[in-house]
Design a protein around this ligand. Sequence first.
Ligand code: TPP
Ligand code: MG
Length: 359
Amino acid sequence: MSTTKSSKRRAAASATAADADAKAVASDNAASSPEERRALHRELLHSMLLQRRFEERTAEMYAIGRIGGFCHLYIGQEAVSTGFISLLRPDDYVITTYRDHGQALARGMTPRAIMAELFGRVDGCVGGKGGSMHLFDKSLGFLGGHGIVGGHIPIAAGVGFAIKYRGGDQVIVCFMGEAAVNNGAFHEALNMAALWKLPCLFVIENNRYGMGTAVERASAINDIYKRGASYDMPREMVDGQDVFAVRDAAERAIARARTESTPTLLEIRTYRFMGHSMSDAVSGTYRTKEELEQYLKRDPISLLRARMEADGDLTEDDWNAMDDEIKAVVQDSIDFAENSPEPPLEALMQDVLVDTTSD
Ligand SMILES: Cc1ncc(C[n+]2csc(CCOP(=O)(O)OP(=O)(O)O)c2C)c(N)n1
Ligand SMILES: [Mg+2]
């Protein structure tokens, strides 16, 4: 992620787990000089706060009927997207699930392109025909946005194969929820990735629930990262509310993929602060309010903010200025989406099949 002002505006990218047993130790994987450290921390904060503010407004727009269909918020998990994506090169790849707004913003997709897509308008990143679950941007190496649980994991392996076949040194980061690991596609893809030594990062965002089902009720193994042992794959469990812990683990896995073409399985312990989707209550009947309150104490944005304040890198005025700037960018994306037209009727039949007869 660049540190330029314009890319900061474009960028958007955060999470907490009360996991005392999370293995990764958060180090200051910042920079050598205090100025570099300050700039990096500000950039990480900006990325996470943009995701948060964007989705708060998304929920509002959904409630008043501007956005329809399926819509899953990422609030609480922002340190995961920011942690990984802030370390990628522009020519790397990202692929993810339907809970994709945060990662798209972190990768540099504009709030305008995403909000217009959520509104189903022509200026959306895929012309208003994909919606919340299907954000794509080829120019950013952002390969979706996939609605079928586990369905994108073999695609990630395929991208890893293509990178290796062409002799490149890019990596692909494949984000998924913890419920995806009980899907056959997960095992087939991880086996191939390990066997063929593909440059893939399989990043499991373990937010404890697949819709309303707790991981303990669905998985024979609760320490998901241990599944990497089946494929002799390097593996790690990480505190997903601490952006520095995420970056530490990401840095190791990216280096392994880039220089040794070796995949890694990462279990990132995190938590979603909202319901599974916009049609669910925030706490529902599957989890208690007390549990939610416990996790809210480790809001990834509050943790980073507190750290920066303690380091003398952020004043209240700095925070307010950043927040105001981000809120204005998000408001601008809403105005933009409101003014963008709906796709014409003919668009229905476009992009359905690839024309293999053209050059
Ligand atoms: C193959 C398949 N089965 C079922 C569903 C319905 N479904 C949508 S989201 C979801 C839960 C997935 O949970 P998880 O992988 O933990 O991701 P999270 O929603 O927590 O981010 C399910 C079962 C689906 N989309 N695809
Ligand atoms: Mg989950």
